[in-house]
Design a protein around this ligand. Structure first.
Ligand SMILES: [Zn+2]
Length: 193
């Protein structure tokens, strides 16, 4: 199948259209997804311009792209999904270290070891290709009516998470922010002086 890949060539990154193996379903929780569109963001720019990616073990080539919108083509019997479902995917997969309490509790966004995997960024192929296979526990169903903007679910989740963490930090005190400054997809709230 066709894919957009990056290749590490003497510390420079070469972007290319490539032919890569079509992925296959390996278990009853897997879903086989036809990719509809993939968003590109500042991380992809860093990957290409600053050679930011960490390639999968032993490889010098990787499919990029981590903001997916796709449609389920085949759904494993234990996936909880059905063909035709509109979906996106989480980006990060947990590390395997027993001592990482956050990864062991499904909070790999707060991985304590740094040995996580991120599709299209660190140690795993991404989504700019024709088909993707993923375990259903890393898939998020998107309402079909969100088709025109469903590719924004992943970047929106970053903003939501920033806000949730901000509120958790600030709940220890009386906090009534009135002014908000938005920088890219990072949202900061301030006291109004
Ligand atoms: Zn971890």
């Amino acid at each position: 199948m066709k894919a957009i890949t990056i290749r590490d060539e003497e510390a420079r990154v070469k972007v290319a259209m490539a032919n890569v193996p079509k992925p296959g379903v390996t278990g009853p929780e897997d879903v086989f997804i036809r990719v509809l569109c993939v968003g590109l963001d500042g991380t992809d720019r860093e990957i290409i311009v600053e050679n930011f990616a960490r390639y999968p073990g032993g490889k010098s080539e990787m499919v990029i792209g981590h903001e997916l919108l796709g449609i389920v083509a085949e759904a494993g019997a234990e996936s909880g999904l059905s063909p035709g479902d509109l979906v996106t995917a989480l980006v990060r997969r947990p590390c395997s270290e027993e001592t990482c309490a956050n990864c062991r509790n499904g909070r790999q966004d707060f991985c304590q070891t740094g040995n996580y995997t991120e599709r299209g960024i660190a140690r795993a192929d991404g989504f700019i290709c024709e088909y993707v296979v993923e375990n259903a526990k890393y898939i998020v169903k998107v309402p079909n009516e969100c088709m025109p903007y469903g590719v924004l679910v992943e970047p929106q989740s970053i903003v939501e998470k920033v806000w949730n963490q901000t509120m958790k930090i600030q709940q220890r005190m009386i906090w009534r922010p009135r002014t908000v400054l938005i920088l890219g997809s990072v949202l900061w709230a301030f006291w109004r002086l």
